[in-house]
Design a protein around this ligand. Sequence first.
Ligand SMILES: Cc1ncc(COP(=O)(O)O)c(C=O)c1O
Length: 286
Amino acid sequence: MSTASPIVYLNGQYLPVQDAQVSVLDRGFLFGDGVYEVIPVYGNKVFRFAGHMDRLCNSLSAIDIKNPCTDTEWEVLFHELIKRNPADGDQSLYLQITRGAGSSRDHLYSDNLQPTVFVMCRPVTAKKYDQGITAITHEDIRWKYCHIKAITLLPNIMLRQLALKTDGSSEAILIRDGLVTEGAASNVFVVKANRISTPPKDRTILPGVTRDLLVELLHQAGLNCVETEITEQQLHDADEIWITGSLAGIAPVVKLDGRRIGNGQPGVQWKVAVQLFNAYKQSYKG
Ligand SMILES: Cc1ncc(COP(=O)(O)O)c(C=O)c1O
């Protein structure tokens, strides 16, 4: 990324970030009434565009906002923004759509509000996980529509901050009714005796694009990967735990609640998963 001020997209305009302004009556600001996406850009190419667009459509329709752009319009917009923010390495796009600004603060909204559309481009540095990461477990204190990628992230923020404060942990793995849901900002995979499990997609988790790709790659490689419930006990007894996300990639959890997972090092299956993922990414980059 150049040292010049980043250019962002806001409601039809490309502007230096410091010139981009929204109304204080915007419902995103007042209520967190909006949704978002984080999309990796590898070698100037938008990664898993279709997966991110599908999820965006689902999030928007779940909260009754009309998608302001077609897929083609999004594609044009993303490429224009990438062109205006030249970078040597990988980047990510942050896209946020709120319901827009009303005439006063009111929970109820009218159908004729103009959504606020904001997109920015950020540099991404590839993460190294030679030492693995540590995590805590915590009760899933979030709401019951976690499949929506809502900008309202207060519980996630509190959980990740708690993880950091507890023992410098990077993630909180969440438990609802005795079952693992996901991380505060990631999906979860558990390995036990060559079986790789991840919780099924339902309203208790965000359908991660990285998760879906990894499941696909593991199946293609003939590995035993199942989408099934994982109990809290199974999490603690795992040989390996991984968390996945668009920015995190695939991270091996080597310590959970202060106790070692497996031998306390990134596991062999994790290495296989990362190789599959990196090979896919590399071929995508071309
Ligand atoms: C709660 C939650 N689950 C899962 C994920 C991973 O999703 P993706 O792989 O699409 O980045 C994220 C990413 O931000 C998240 O916030």
